[in-house]
Design a protein around this ligand. Structure first.
Ligand code: BGP
Length: 469
């Protein structure tokens, strides 16, 4: 049903934008920062850059915050780098690193921008990875101590907290993307690592509720509603399996403190069930997230598995959507256009994803990523005509209004990304920003910032709290 008069955006809607520390800051070893597994990486896809300089936000922070203020942002979602604050993950604190994030947060607050802080965005301290990483329960304790430091330092300034960015992507594609805990711990069952992250997340939520009662906290998975390729029951079953393994395993655990039954049966069948220590499920059930953040790029489509184990990767190998032998086969959706990187574009799927999450959990929802990666071009006059990004954002924001009219409680929207930054796996040439950063993968240039056409468009949308005509 299409609401012909969709609800207006509520007053106070959090129009934001997002980045992550390792992809935007650079300053990879500045002022006492330790090495994360990102810094320890030596292999990068051909033609892509590393993260040592990234967008050099570390040295442009005041300028960038001024640009966010010029945009009129009501919120800014960013992540703190664990190794800037505790360089080896569980040892001494780094005052210079803590000071950097105070400077960022104070700058945001001075401009009336609400900080939305992600505690962990793929950047495990390498020193912890070398001691077992997420495969070790000691990392749970290290994360909770890290949370304690964050809450002591920033609890009074930051109202919205996100625990772990895209834990499900770390589990499902961590090996491919090198984003879970480095090559040292490949022998540990990834669902044991996942369980440790679920416990760490729950303990961090409980600690915030106890020590900073005015603040709110939630998980930040990447949620994509999964369609069935056809009404053939085998395809519908495959889509349900994919939804359980990709989406509901993580949110059922975060919200209810239990493993989704279908997902657990899958783990049992695969011999991948984690060891659950006494008390873990009680800790998880006591977390009670205040809201759910999620990142949405597109829906996925599933079909019944093919015989045999050779499961083709469909949907384009750039669109990270693999099959699972014996359960589901990821297939392309012939009804959807794709971006330059093979990612499907599905605004109505955004509405479906809102509904699916809200119907299951009935908690306020915050979109912490949604955007279009593209090969933007900086013109000689300093302009960037990214009308394709304006179209993407407009079409998806229109569906937020439809979701609100459907009765979904939406707190805000933070498109990926505030400024150009280095992709998780496809370099800085894959640009998402409202602001262009003048560097290439193989040439740092001057790192100057340029406002894209989407900057003015989003600025106008925020000022009017409504889609521009
Ligand atoms: C999400 C990550 C972000 C960002 C985004 C775009 O998975 O949370 O860090 O990378 O995807 O993906 P990519 O950079 O691969 O284009």
């Amino acid at each position: 049903m299409q609401h012909t008069q969709p609800a207006p955006f509520p007053e106070g809607f959090l129009w934001g934008a997002s980045t992550s520390g390792y992809q935007v800051e650079g300053g990879w070893d500045a002022d006492g920062k330790g090495r994360s597994i990102v810094d320890a990486r030596t292999q990068f896809p051909a033609g892509t850059t590393d993260y040592t300089v990234a967008s050099d936000h570390y040295h442009h922070v005041d300028e960038d915050v001024a640009l966010f203020a010029e945009l009129g942002l009501k919120a800014y979602r960013f992540s703190v780098q664990w190794t800037r604050i505790v360089p080896d993950g569980d040892g001494a604190e780094n005052p210079d690193g803590i000071a950097f994030y105070h400077r960022l947060i104070d700058g945001l607050l001075a401009h009336g921008i609400t900080p939305v802080l992600t505690m962990y965005h793929f950047d495990l301290p390498q020193a912890l990875a070398e001691k077992g990483g997420w495969g070790s329960r000691a990392t749970i304790d290290a994360f909770v101590r890290f949370a304690e430091i964050l809450y002591r330092e920033f609890g009074a300034k930051v109202p919205y907290w996100l625990t772990i960015n895209e834990q499900n992507m770390m589990v499902l594609f961590g090996g491919t993307l090198g984003i879970i805990d480095g090559p040292d711990n490949a022998d540990v069952n990834v669902y044991q690592k996942n369980h440790h992250m679920l416990v760490a997340q729950a303990r961090a939520m409980e600690l915030l509720h106890r020590t900073v009662p005015t603040a709110k906290i939630g998980p930040a998975p990447n949620i994509a509603y999964v369609y069935a390729e056809s009404c053939r029951p085998e395809d519908v079953l495959a889509a349900d399996d994919f939804n359980a393994v990709r989406n509901w395993l993580y949110l059922d655990a975060a919200v209810h403190g239990r493993y989704n039954a279908t997902a657990w049966a899958y783990l049992e069948a695969k011999g991948l069930t984690p060891t659950i220590e006494p008390g873990d499920l009680e800790v998880m059930a006591a977390a009670h997230p205040d809201f759910l953040a999620f990142n949405y790029y597109a829906t996925h489509t599933a079909a019944a598995p093919l015989e045999g184990d050779d499961v083709p990767i469909e949907g384009g190998d750039q669109h990270i959507s693999f099959g699972e032998p014996g359960y589901y086969r990821a297939v392309a959706n012939p009804h959807l256009p794709k971006n330059a990187f093979g990612w499907e574009i599905d605004p109505i799927g955004f509405r479906m994803t809102f509904r699916a999450i809200y119907d299951r959990y009935h908690l306020p929802l915050l979109v912490t990523e949604n955007g279009l990666g593209a090969f933007d071009v900086l013109e000689a006059d300093g302009t960037v005509h990214d009308d394709y990004r304006i179209d993407y954002l407009r079409d998806h924001i229109a569906q937020i209004q439809q979701a609100i009219s459907d009765g979904v409680d939406v707190l805000g929207y933070c498109p990926w990304s505030a400024i150009d930054l280095v992709s998780t796996h496809q370099g800085i040439a894959k640009r998402y920003g409202l602001v262009y950063v003048n560097r290439d993968d193989d040439d740092l240039k001057d790192l100057a910032r340029y406002r894209k056409d989407s900057f003015a468009w989003y600025q106008k949308l925020i000022a009017g709290n409504a889609l521009p005509d």
